[in-house]
Structure formats: C-alpha cells, structure tokens
Design a protein around this ligand. Structure first.
Ligand SMILES: C[S@@+](CC[C@H](N)C(=O)[O-])C[C@H]1O[C@@H](n2cnc3c(N)ncnc32)[C@H](O)[C@@H]1O
Length: 265
C-alpha cells in the first residue's frame, strides 16, 4: 500500500497535501507538462471537464479560470477539503465528488473532457479507471493523462549492475511504477482512438537536483534491504554518486511525465 492510494488512512494526509503544492509548482512552469496536458484537452469554454483524482484542486482552479465547468473526483476527504478551500471564491459551489475513480458515480456520456494526473499509478486497476472515463465521456469527448515512469530512471556508474539494481527500486512502493509506458495500450484497450503519447525527459546534474524526484539514499537503502545488491556495494555507489555530483559529472535521467491523450469515438 502506498500513501497516495489511501491518503486519509496514511497518517500523513497534511504532508501529502503539502507535497502536491511542491510538485504542482515544478510541473506548472510555462511550457511544462501541466500546460501541455491542458493544450491537448483543447475544450471550448463552458465544456464539462472531469479531473479524476483531483487532489488538492490545483488544476481545478486553472480549468475554471479557462472558462470550463470543472468537476473534481477524489477518494480522499482531506484532498477534497483542500480542493474546496482552494476553490472558495469561485462564485458558485465547487463541484466535488468523493468517489473511487474505479467506480464513477456518473451517468453515461456526461462530460466533454477528462484529465487524470498522477493517479493511475496509485490505483488497483488503471484499466477500470479508463473504462469508467470512457463511459462518462460523450462520443468525441477528449481524455488527457499524465503519469510518470519511475522505472525509466538511469544512473551512470562504474558499477553499472549496482546502478541498474538501484534504479529498479525507484518508485518501488508504487503499485504501477512503470504506468507511463503503458498509457498508449491502456487507452487503446479502453476503446479510445487517436491515442498520442509524448514524454518529458528530465536530466539531473546533481544528487540534490535528482532528490526533487527520487531520493538516491532511499532507493539505495531499499535496493540493499531487498537483497538486490550487497550493502557494501550500495555504500560504494552512493559515495561514487556524491563524488560525481560534487565534481559536476553526475548524470541521471527519468521520464518525469508521460503525457497521453486520445478521443472517445
Ligand atoms: C499524486 S496525487 C495527484 C493529485 C492531482 N491529480 C495532482 O496532480 O495534483 C493522487 C491523488 O489520487 C487520489 N486517488 C488515489 N486513488 C484513488 C482512487 N481509487 N479514486 C479516486 N482518487 C484516488 C489521491 O487521493 C490523490 O489525491
């Protein structure tokens, strides 16, 4: 179980809301993944758009500013309270529904668009979420999805085997850590057409820089605890990576955001 799969029972709900603030700032930069995802939804003002797993409501505010009629769904009462607070002052009650995205409580063909950001990685069945999204979209309705691909982490090391073992632990606590690379297939399987995929490749030049996405210390610890590498090799790798970082020779990459968008026929 991972904290974002059940925020209210994680014991860290307030911390997770705060975490979403940080991530939102990173992804909302002009030309960044959030803006690009919005461009792919291309909905006319007044359109009804669903934000599945809306979290603390960061994007709901933006959708409303764009003149859309935004509905937020989330499984967490804490997240919905944060959304409600963020949406206060809209001039109309926020349209928020507490529900499991795998079992949407909406009639068929209700929405013109649907966005899903960093949610499918945390649910038991991403396919069930996309099947529901397909059902509640009208024919011609648009869907846009943003998920990371934690399994795409690369590190450069003299001990390539240890680097691979450690990279294999990135996002290891997340149910679908490599969801990004499956979005095209999942959308097609759910019945969507004109599926397009784009990837944001991040390049990190220091251990500190990388830590905004992945804590090297954590993944090394986990790789050792899981028996993927001996403790001494983990320690050596960490020492090497810190040294590379200090000398300006550190190099790590990850597909931070995989964007996929499609149409309901
Ligand atoms: C990483 S957060 C992303 C939130 C938001 N989309 C964003 O980008 O800021 C994941 C969100 O998905 C919600 N979530 C997880 N499983 C869910 C489910 N089965 N149904 C609805 N929401 C779910 C969590 O409560 C959390 O708010």
């Amino acid at each position: 179980m991972n904290d974002f799969s059940d925020v209210d029972r994680s014991g860290r709900a307030a911390e997770l809301v705060e975490h979403l603030d940080h991530v939102d700032r990173a992804l909302r930069a002009p030309g960044g993944p959030k803006e690009r995802l919005r461009a792919h939804l291309a909905l006319a003002p007044g359109s009804r758009v669903l934000d599945l797993g809306c979290g603390a409501g960061h994007e709901l505010v933006q959708l409303e500013r764009d003149g859309l009629c935004a509905f937020g769904v989330d499984a967490s009462a804490t997240m919905l309270a944060a959304s409600r607070a963020r949406l206060a002052g809209l001039g109309h009650p926020a349209r928020l529904v507490r529900a499991d995205a795998q079992h949407l409580p909406f009639a068929d063909r209700q929405f013109d668009g649907c966005r899903i950001e960093r949610v499918l990685q945390h649910v038991a069945s991403p396919a069930a979420v996309l099947a529901g999204a397909h059902r509640v979209l009208r024919p011609g309705g648009l869907i846009a999805v943003l998920e990371p691909d934690w399994a795409s982490l690369t590190l450069v090391s003299q001990d390539a085997e240890a680097a691979r073992a450690v990279a294999d632990e990135a996002g290891g606590h997340i149910p679908h850590r490599d969801i990004g690379r499956h979005l095209r297939r999942l959308l097609a399987d759910a019945g969507f057409v004109d599926v397009r995929v784009d990837v944001e490749l991040m390049v990190y030049g220091s251990v500190e820089d990388l830590s905004r996405m992945v804590s090297l210390e954590h993944v090394v610890d986990r790789a050792c605890a899981a028996g993927r590498i001996e403790h001494s090799r983990g320690v050596a790798l960490l020492r090497e990576q810190r040294s590379l970082s200090k000398s300006g020779a550190f190099h790590a990459t990850i597909h931070r955001s995989v964007l996929a968008w499609a149409r309901r026929p």
